[in-house]
Design a protein around this ligand. Structure first.
Ligand code: SF4
Ligand code: SF4
Length: 67
């Protein structure tokens, strides 16, 4: 199981999770989801410490964090 699971199709590309991550783990996609938004990607996985900041800040509850 990944530490962070992002619901791609629920993401509206607000980038709040990108700003909230203290370890620069998340990045925005170059392509679009079905709603036409760039979406957040769990990229620099080895740097994640499961702090949950990204999951807490997402207004659309798209992010689940596992310890
Ligand atoms: S759990 Fe914390 S370190 Fe991991 S991606 Fe989210 S904000 Fe970044
Ligand atoms: S905070 Fe949520 S809606 Fe905003 S970019 Fe991140 S995953 Fe997408």
């Amino acid at each position: 199981m990944e530490r962070v699971v992002i619901a791609r199709e629920g993401c509206k590309g607000c980038e709040l999770c990108i700003a909230a991550c203290p370890r620069t783990v998340l990045v925005m996609s170059d392509d679009f989801n079905r709603s036409g938004y760039h979406y957040s990607i769990f990229k620099n996985k080895e740097d994640c410490n499961s702090c949950t900041f990204c999951g807490i800040i997402c207004p659309d509850v798209c992010i689940e964090v596992y310890k």
